[in-house]
Design a binder for this molecule. Structure first.
Ligand SMILES: Nc1ncnc2c1ncn2[C@@H]1O[C@H](COP(=O)(O)OP(=O)(O)OP(=O)(O)O)[C@@H](O)[C@H]1O
Ligand SMILES: [Mg+2]
Length: 366
């Protein structure tokens, strides 16, 4: 898929801009703080309706304004227009000017893979950050996944609330808890299946990238879950074992809300054992492996965003990444320093200069 043009109103530092993009490589350059990441962030929000930099949507609205609009034309088998509108009340999404009632139906249409320089921070964050990463990626692949996740979270809340109520009321009848547990397990098993399937498929591709671009060794992602290797009966039994404890703490003790992933290099946990570079490279290889997975599952190349990765990767690696990916993948690169970019890459790229809250295409002599 290709994003042909982008029309932005009141997003971050931009009041109103309209740009058309190249189908293969787009390089966005300018000084620090001028709005390069903001531009690729707009593409990301157009696709996922959420930012990778903030959970607070209203931060995306230009200071002093009440609403923002991002509109993009995206070419797949047909050319369609997508719109995300955010104001203080919430957000709306449209496809070809038709309002979509479910954001989950919108999200899997434009697929984005984003690489950032400090990607390895994912290792230092809580497991919830790694679950969030899984959720973002899997929901781009499967519409059903977001529904399941929303249902699971609702059930979990309901179940926790009921556990607390049982404690307060000294309620000994567990029949309603059984019902809630049954529903939670059904739902959780489906989510578990999606996550396991995703991780298994990533593991098929991750080493191609790790070994050709970053280093040597065997990288795999391990999925840690309370639901691993368990069927419904096993799980119901496990929950029942924890009922007393759960009632006393007012919380659901096991479930896919505890899932985590670890990266291993040659059978050792990279986070505990690997170097900073190995940690960084393994996450980048994971993101690149996703491109292969998206291509296969959706029969469409996703859009690739490399935000400021030149500060983290040398030219040789970037060249290899672009070579491995071939020209079919529309790629956006942001950088402060054009001189750092390989001449060959520059020759085939469209260049965009960002300054004074606007963006200008620069003819690079072709
Ligand atoms: N809601 C907003 N309204 C207006 N301006 C904003 C808003 N949010 C952020 N900005 C401005 O956007 C600028 C940062 O833009 P951005 O992060 O895209 O910079 P950049 O070009 O990627 O810089 P770097 O090279 O350092 O990564 C800051 O000057 C900030 O003040
Ligand atoms: Mg930036």
């Amino acid at each position: 898929m290709k994003i042909k043009s982008l029309n932005i109103t009141n997003f971050r530092n931009y009041e109103k801009i309209k740009v058309s993009f190249n189908d293969s490589l787009n390089i966005i350059y300018g000084l620090n703080g001028v709005g390069k990441t903001n531009l690729v962030e707009a593409i990301y929000v157009l696709a996922l309706t959420k930012s990778f930099r903030t959970n607070v949507d209203k931060n995306l609205i230009k200071n002093g304004e009440l609403s923002l609009k991002i509109e993009g034309e995206v070419e797949k088998s047909s050319l369609d227009s997508y719109q995300v509108i955010i104001n203080k009340e919430g957000k709306k999404v449209k496809i070809n000017n038709n309002l979509q009632s479910k954001i989950s139906d919108y999200i899997s249409n434009i697929n984005i893979i984003l690489l950032e320089p400090d990607e390895q921070r994912i290792f230092d964050l809580a497991p919830s950050a790694r679950r969030k990463l899984l959720n973002i990626e899997i929901s781009q692949l499967n519409k059903e996944y977001i529904f399941l996740l929303n249902d699971y979270n609702k059930l979990l809340k309901q179940r926790n609330f009921y556990l607390r109520e049982m404690f307060i009321n000294g309620n000994k009848d567990r029949s309603y808890l059984d019902i809630l547990t049954d529903k939670l397990v059904d739902n959780g098993l489906k989510i578990h299946h999606y996550r396991l399937d995703f991780i298994n498929k990533i593991n098929e591709y991750i080493n191609e990238f790790y070994n050709e671009i970053f280093g040597f060794g065997n990288v795999i992602i391990k999925y840690l879950s309370d639901y691993s290797q368990k069927n419904k009966d096993d799980l119901i039994k496990s929950y029942k074992k924890y009922y007393d404890k759960e009632i006393s703490i007012g919380k659901t003790a096991i479930g896919i809300h505890h899932d985590d992933i670890i990266f291993e290099l040659d059978n050792k946990n990279i986070n505990e054992w690997g170097s900073n570079g190995q940690r960084k490279n393994s996450v980048l290889a994971f993101k690149l492996a996703e491109i292969r997975l998206f291509e296969k599952e959706k029969n469409e190349e996703p859009i690739l965003i490399l935000d400021d990765v030149f500060s983290a990767l040398d030219n040789e690696k970037i060249k290899n990444i672009v070579k491995l990916l071939n020209n079919n993948i529309q790629t956006f690169i942001t950088t402060t320093d054009l001189d750092k970019i390989d001449k060959k890459l520059l020759e085939n790229a469209n260049l965009f200069k960002v300054e004074n809250n606007s963006i200008r295409e620069i003819n690079n002599g072709r």
